[in-house]
Structure formats: structure tokens, C-alpha cells
Design a binder for this molecule. Sequence first.
Ligand SMILES: Cc1ncc(COP(=O)(O)OP(=O)(O)O)c(N)n1
Ligand SMILES: Cc1ncsc1CCOP(=O)(O)O
Ligand SMILES: [Mg+2]
Length: 206
Amino acid sequence: MRTVGRLHLITDTRPGRDAVAVAAAALQAGFDTVQVRPEDAVTDREAYELTVRILELCRRHGAACLVNDRLHVAVAAGADGGHVGADDLPVAAARRVLGPDAILGATARNAVQARRAVADGATYLGVGPAFATTTKTGLPDAIGPAGVQAVVEAVDVPVVAIGGVTAARAAELFAVGVHAVAVVGAVSTAVDPGAAAAAFFTVVPR
Ligand SMILES: Cc1ncc(COP(=O)(O)OP(=O)(O)O)c(N)n1
Ligand SMILES: Cc1ncsc1CCOP(=O)(O)O
Ligand SMILES: [Mg+2]
């Protein structure tokens, strides 16, 4: 199984966004994982074609490619794994779909959810929202670095913090022990996504 990366770009497929160009810039700047996260309006065919393009970029950079929610697309495209949350396949079922060697991320907000996801086969935990975000609507209140730290201290698998993550805030999150951060808006909405991504590379603990 490929190891879990430290800097995860999550694709922004909202209208007007160029997910492939942003992924290329982030990979060039040092991001080591791209999670393809198709909006609900994106068809499976579109999600598959996007994943194939992103996977080719990831392979060129030695990076991991994951697919959010739609694990059949991950398997069909030959991606490195997927990510599931409360509205997706249960973690144990997702593990059966992906097989024992794939990377499987699961969303958790607290220690109880985290331990359950690990017991059911999660490779890493996506924990947040760490800070308030407008990228995804309907989220519960942000849990802050302290809430993320509570999960870090509850499990022995990598924690990937998500939600309102900027380069400055990433330093706070690494300081409480996260393995990685996942980013959408701070890179995808930047005037220069490559420069925005490069700012994260400087805060990853070596
Ligand atoms: C790294 C990471 N953490 C959390 C999420 C959220 O996934 P999920 O709960 O399935 O919500 P949607 O992304 O499907 O809206 C994630 N995608 N990645
Ligand atoms: C998919 C998801 N899950 C929790 S927050 C979030 C979106 C994160 O986007 P941003 O990095 O722009 O806050
Ligand atoms: Mg989901």
C-alpha cells in the first residue's frame, strides 16, 4: 500500500474551475496526493474521465490519486484508493470494494467516530471541518485545532485535517500532530494556484 501523503489537494469541480490545471500546478509545487471530488452534478462518465487525467498527472509526479465517494470510479480508473463519509458506503463495505491494499480515507469529527472507522478498515481519517469553510455547505461547526488534536490522540492512523485550511493554519494543524492537510479553496481559488500550493510545502514538517 502506498503511504498516505502530507499535502492533499481536493479537486474543485464547481463551474468555472479547471481541476486538471490546478492539480498540475499543485503537484508541481509539491503536493503528493490529489483527491478527485466530483460534485453531485458530475456524471460517472465525467468523473471517470477526470480521474484518468488526474491519475496520469499523479503518476508523473509519483503522487497518490484518490476518488471521493464514487469508489467504483476509483477502481475502474486504477486509482490508489478513495474517501468515504457518512453519506457514502460504510467503511467496512468500502474496504471490500477497494481491496486490502488500497488507501481508504474516512471522515471523522471525534474520537468515537475515528476509532470505529479505523476498526472498520480506514487507512487514514479526514478530520474537520477544522476551520469554517464555504466550499462545502451544511457542515457542522468547525472543531478547531483542539478538536482535530483530540482525534489525533485517539487513533494510531494518519489524520488528515480538512476545512478552511490555509498555509498559515496548516502550521497550527501540524503542530497538534496531524499527518497531513487537505485543501480545496486556498489553492483552487488562488490567482496563482502554484504559488499558493508552494506556500504549503514550506510548512510541512520534515
Ligand atoms: C481528506 C478528506 N476529509 C474529509 C472529506 C469529506 O468527505 P465526505 O464526508 O465524504 O464529504 P464529501 O467530500 O463527500 O462532501 C474528504 N472528501 N476528504
Ligand atoms: C469536502 C470538505 N469536507 C469538510 S470541509 C470540505 C471542504 C474543504 O474545502 P476548503 O479547503 O476550501 O475549506
Ligand atoms: Mg462523501
